[in-house]
Design a protein around this ligand. Structure first.
Ligand code: HEC
Ligand code: HEC
Length: 364
């Protein structure tokens, strides 16, 4: 095998053509090429950008670490808000929804009123999209198979799938920090509208308004272009494991299982064509400390987040939904709630074991 540098591997992972010796790479699907250009493009107001609100003028602005389509730094976090009566609850969504846009703050009187009423905020970090096409193709049955809502095995870890009703049919959510979106194609429309203020064609599934009241004709992004952005995202290969042969990495992998990380960060789920090594069960768990205040949605209460995939994790710091953990060790220490027992088991291990586990995570 060729000894590729990390950058070369990442570029390969992102679908860039890299000349390595005499290896020929297959020609790329033109839809993927067009979709990458759209993902990388800075949109203009004349194209419909930013009405009514927006967080950025390009997808690349947030998803670029370590490659286009990757994760984003802390300062790119987006904010959600709501009202929970100073922590007494129940959580209530304010008029206009949870999203507090960055570049154009709420500018309607009723949004300003909502913002003034808000007493509860939650930051959201930009996740990496690498491998999301494989995640999209995991059958729902493989996700629900790991559910344990009543904790029948009495290990303190439950895990429930996010259920959404779309046109009267229940679907399993798998994308976003609260698994709020079922399909990758749905996220194109959600992100185009929510992040850039750009409308997309009505596909009858919701997830984004189809008109936005500016002077640019809707849909602002046509059907082909919308499909192209999806094609690009679906083409992003999973992060490539470093593949270190250091015995400490193998030991760390064993300890990862022994202390119970794999109860939630399941090494692989069965995908459309073989196992998908994402290190997640895609289920919701509450790993927040008692008294945590944050957003609730139907089917995903306060403090419940989807187990994030850990593939490529060493390249996507900071960690957790709000980016509050700067290092992998801090991320582990930030687990509480359903993961309190597993965290304690990790902490009870000798330092050499804990270091080995971190080396394993660094290899993913
Ligand atoms: C301002 C920063 C920002 C911009 C710009 C942005 N995103 Fe995101 N993206 C995020 C954040 C934050 C999340 C997590 C949202 C959540 O779950 O609350 C996310 C999540 C996603 C996900 C789900 C990933 C997963 O595996 O769960 C997809 C897909 C996505 N974005 C696509 C896009 C596309 C397409 C664009 C351009 C139209 C875009 N994003 C622009 C910040 C951004
Ligand atoms: C009960 C289920 C559960 C267990 C057990 C668990 N995790 Fe997690 N893990 C989660 C959830 C849920 C999050 C996301 C929390 C958040 O965003 O605030 C998370 C987040 C993480 C992150 C940050 C990921 C990112 O993209 O920011 C890392 C790293 C991590 N876990 C590693 C571990 C390790 C190592 C163990 C074992 C010591 C472990 N986890 C045990 C559910 C679990």
């Amino acid at each position: 095998m060729f000894d590729l540098t990390l950058t070369q591997r990442s570029l390969l992972a992102a679908g860039f053509v890299v000349a390595v010796g005499l290896v020929a790479f297959p020609a790329e699907d033109p839809a993927v090429t067009r979709g990458r250009e759209l993902f990388d493009r800075t949109f203009t107001k004349a194209e419909g950008l930013g009405t009514p609100e927006m967080n950025a003028d390009t997808c690349r602005g947030c998803h670029s670490d370590p490659v286009l389509g990757g994760a984003g730094a802390l300062e790119l976090n987006v904010t959600r808000f709501g009202f929970d009566n100073m922590g007494v609850g129940p959580f209530q969504e304010l008029p206009g929804g949870q999203g507090l846009s960055k570049l154009r703050p709420p500018h309607y009187a009723w949004r300003e009123e909502a913002a003034a009423t808000a007493d509860c905020f939650e930051q959201r970090q930009t996740p990496s999209l690498l491998g999301d096409g494989l995640v999209d193709a995991i059958p729902e049955s493989a996700i629900v198979a790991n559910e344990d809502p009543n904790d029948l095995n009495a290990d303190g870890v439950r895990g429930v799938a996010r259920r959404l009703t779309i046109n009267g049919i229940t679907e399993i959510g798998r994308f976003g920090w609260k698994a709020q979106i079922p399909r990758l194609a749905d996220f194109v429309r959600d992100a185009m509208f929510g992040e850039l203020g750009i409308t997309t064609p009505d596909d009858g599934r919701g997830f984004a308004p189809t008109t936005d009241g500016d002077t640019v004709a809707d849909p602002e992004l046509g059907a082909t272009a919308t499909a192209d952005v999806h094609a690009f995202m679906a083409s992003l290969p999973a992060p490539v494991r470093a593949g270190s042969t250091d015995p400490l990495v193998a030991l760390g992998q064993q300890i990862f299982g022994e202390v119970g990380c794999t109860k939630c960060h399941v090494p692989a789920l069965q995908g459309a064509s073989g196992p998908v090594p994402l290190y997640s069960n895609l289920l919701l768990h509450n790993v927040m400390p008692a008294g945590y205040r944050g957003m609730a949605e139907p089917g995903a209460g306060v403090g419940f987040f989807r187990t994030p995939p850990l593939w490529g994790i060493s390249h996507t710091a900071p960690y957790m939904h709000d980016g509050r953990a700067e290092t992998l060790l801090a991320a582990i220490q930030a687990h509480d709630g359903e993961a309190a027992g597993v965290r304690a088991a990790f902490q009870a291990r000798p330092e050499a074991d804990r270091d080995a586990l971190l080396r394993f995570l660094g290899d993913l």
